[in-house]
Design a protein around this ligand. Structure first.
Ligand SMILES: [Zn+2]
Length: 657
């Protein structure tokens, strides 16, 4: 591990708090040190209060901030003497501690201080850094972990046996640290948890952290337990989408709501699920207890969700009784699934949750295998993990996430998604919490958005194999298909029937009709498995009820799709799949309508551009966003009891009225 410290860069962060921000970000940049909100840092300063009197303040990371992106506002200013007095109390409940941490803030609008604030206050050194370094965790999760730690660090660190984070940990450190520390002490090792370092400058604390983590890495390397052998990865597998969507449906039932299921067949994941000892090494526990809220204590090996649910319920019942508290069981669905055929699958209520579980478990697989190579992987007992899983302060983090979005856990696929109405549909569905797959023939689709809940796939919808491959990729990304928006289509230049070439006719039919038929047929088995019932929205056209001269191919293709949708409604109703159409008229904020074309069309009708754009009963302009919002709502609860409907979104058309 290399120090990323750069004096020049650091100089751009003036003051104690600036330095604190800089080195916190350096720590956050290395996922083998901290992951997704893990780790915390602090700095002790003396600053005047409102009366001009100097006060000792601990600026400690606030909850909800990630070290990688933290800013000065992410550090909570706590009165240091108050924290030090708290450390002298014989006990303090979680809720009392949370209250006291708020009470000691000098800024009421600062975020809630880290639960390790008291421990940060106790440790010497102006700057204190805390990480969950992978290499150290691998070493401590072995049967003779303490002996190994002594071998690596000698007496340069104070070793703290595992206790639950928060007040108990601060109390134990308050007791053990003064007993064992000396002038040469540079940090703490928390067994099965992580590292603390400190120093008078941000640089010193940070470089000590890098040094301690590197020593652990070197130890692993010397024991041939650092680099893991990696294969070439998964072979090109047969289609898995039916199996994955079936698994996701059962998973959603266990979770009590639709779930995202992301499949990973990268080489490290593939190698791990192929291991002969998978059922043993994967069933001991997480690498460090705070992962439990993201990954649950144990992954499911194979696909027997019924057995997993039963085992989770037993684990909860046994340990809840032991705790003597009144606890409510969390959902009994796994967040990590290890299956030799499917690979590593991670689950969550959102694509982001599934991605976080994946990041954490990728590190976990490495840690487990390193500890195994070192002589034996040994996680903490179930009771310790349970305490963190059902710890009120951890539960609060999840509760604070708020009410789930309308389409949380659901997956939508939009065709023709790179621009215009299709892109607007992507936006409307993302806004409502869906994970969205966008298909387009335009390669720009792959970079439309970089976020965990979007996947852009280049696809020529006129090719059967292309549709099949796109659905396969979509289901591997998110687990299934709940909503399908059929938007892709072409509008050819005007031509009368008398003058139309057969080639043009066939091309329009291939794109506007055949491709939708193929997509519907291929999507049907997946839509059938949607936990809340499948939904299809067809972006039709006002040409269906009110065709125009010169647009025979377009009008006929849209009318045929309309009829196709009506038949689908009849055939698929028994499978709880709803299909509705909406009929927009001229939507001008799309790429086809350049200012020049707009002007020439308006002139053709003897209208101004403004008159032309609002040439409908309501005299209003219809935008792609209007169409997209209606399409999204048609997938939602408002239309739960509607199928085969045809809704105009055109400002009113006197030819139809
Ligand atoms: Zn920690």
């Amino acid at each position: 591990m290399k120090s990323l410290w750069n004096d020049q860069e650091a100089a751009a962060y003036p003051g104690d708090l600036g330095q604190r921000v800089y080195s916190s970000r350096l720590l956050g940049r290395d996922p083998s040190l901290v992951l997704h909100g893990g780790g915390n840092t602090s700095v002790k300063v003396c600053e005047p209060n409102i009366f001009g009197e100097p006060e000792d303040i601990l600026y400690v990371k606030g909850s909800g901030w990630d070290l990688e992106t933290i800013e000065a506002a992410g550090f909570s200013p706590c009165r240091l003497p108050h924290l030090l007095r708290l450390a002298e109390l014989p006990q303090l409940s979680d809720l009392q501690m949370a209250k006291e941490l708020k009470v000691c803030l000098t800024n009421p609008s600062a975020p809630m201080p880290s639960v390790e604030a008291i421990l940060h206050a106790l440790l010497p050194g102006k700057f204190v850094d805390h990480t969950h370094a992978d290499a150290l965790i691998a070493v401590t999760n072995t049967p003779d972990g303490e002996k190994r730690v002594a071998e690596i660090y000698g007496n340069r660190v104070v070793v703290i046996p595992y206790v639950m984070p928060g007040f108990k940990l601060a109390r134990l450190c308050a007791e053990l640290y003064p007993r064992h520390a000396h002038a040469g002490t540079i940090g703490l090792v928390l067994m099965n948890h992580g590292l603390f370092t400190f120093g008078d400058t941000a640089k010193l604390a940070y470089e000590r952290m890098i040094e301690l983590a590197t020593l652990a890495e070197n130890y692993l390397a010397n024991h041939r337990a650092l680099e893991l052998p990696v294969s070439k990865g998964a072979p090109a597998a047969a289609p898995l989408r039916a199996k994955l969507a079936t698994l996701r449906r059962e998973l959603s039932a266990a979770m009590g709501a639709p779930a995202i299921l992301a499949t990973h067949t990268d080489a490290p994941a593939f190698d791990f699920v192929q291991r002969a000892d998978l059922a043993v090494i994967s069933q001991q526990g997480p690498a460090t207890p705070d992962h439990v809220i993201r990954t649950k204590r144990l992954p499911l090996v194979g696909r027997d969700l019924k057995a997993y649910r039963a085992a989770y319920t037993d684990y909860f019942t046994a340990l809840a009784v032991k705790s003597g508290q009144k606890l409510t069981m969390l959902d009994p669905a796994p967040r990590v699934i290890l299956d030799p055929e499917l690979g590593l699958c991670t689950a969550g209520r959102t694509a982001k949750d599934a991605a976080i579980a994946s990041d954490i478990y990728h590190h976990t697989m490495e840690i487990i295998q390193r500890a195994t190579a070192l002589g034996g992987w040994q996680a903490l007992p179930a009771a310790d993990i349970f305490d963190v899983e059902y710890w009120d302060l951890e539960q609060a983090k999840l509760r604070n996430a708020g009410k789930p979005a309308m389409f949380a856990g659901e997956i939508a696929l939009v065709t023709g998604a790179a621009s215009g109405i299709g892109k607007a549909c992507v936006d409307s569905l993302l806004k409502r919490g869906a994970a969205v797959v966008g298909l387009d023939i335009n390669p720009a689709i792959t970079t439309l958005y970089t976020r965990p809940d979007f996947r852009g796939i280049v696809c020529d919808l006129t090719e059967e194999a292309g549709i099949s491959a796109a659905l396969e990729e979509a289901v591997r990304a998110f687990g299934g298909l709940d909503m399908l928006v059929l938007n892709a289509g072409i509008f050819p230049p005007g031509a009368s029937i008398a003058e139309m070439g057969a080639d043009l006719w066939r091309k329009v039919m291939t794109v506007n009709l055949d491709a939708n038929f193929l997509m519907m047929r291929e999507a049907y088995p997946l839509l059938k498995l949607a936990p809340n019932g499948g939904r299809v929205v067809v972006i039709g056209s006002k040409n269906v009820p009110a065709p125009g001269p010169g647009a025979a191919a377009y009008s006929a293709s849209k009318a045929a799709v309309n009829q196709l949708a009506r038949v689908a409604a009849l055939e698929w109703g028994k499978d709880r799949i709803r299909i509705n159409s909406l009929h927009p008229n001229m939507v001008f904020d799309t790429a086809i309508w350049t200012p020049a074309i707009l002007e020439s069309r308006a002139k053709h009708y003897g209208l101004t551009v403004e008159q032309y754009k609002t040439n409908n009963v309501l005299k209003t302009e219809v935008t792609s966003r209007d169409v997209a919002e209606l399409a999204a709502e048609m997938c939602g609860p408002l239309f739960a009891k509607t199928t085969a409907a045809q809704v105009p979104v055109d400002g009113g058309n006197d030819r139809v009225i």
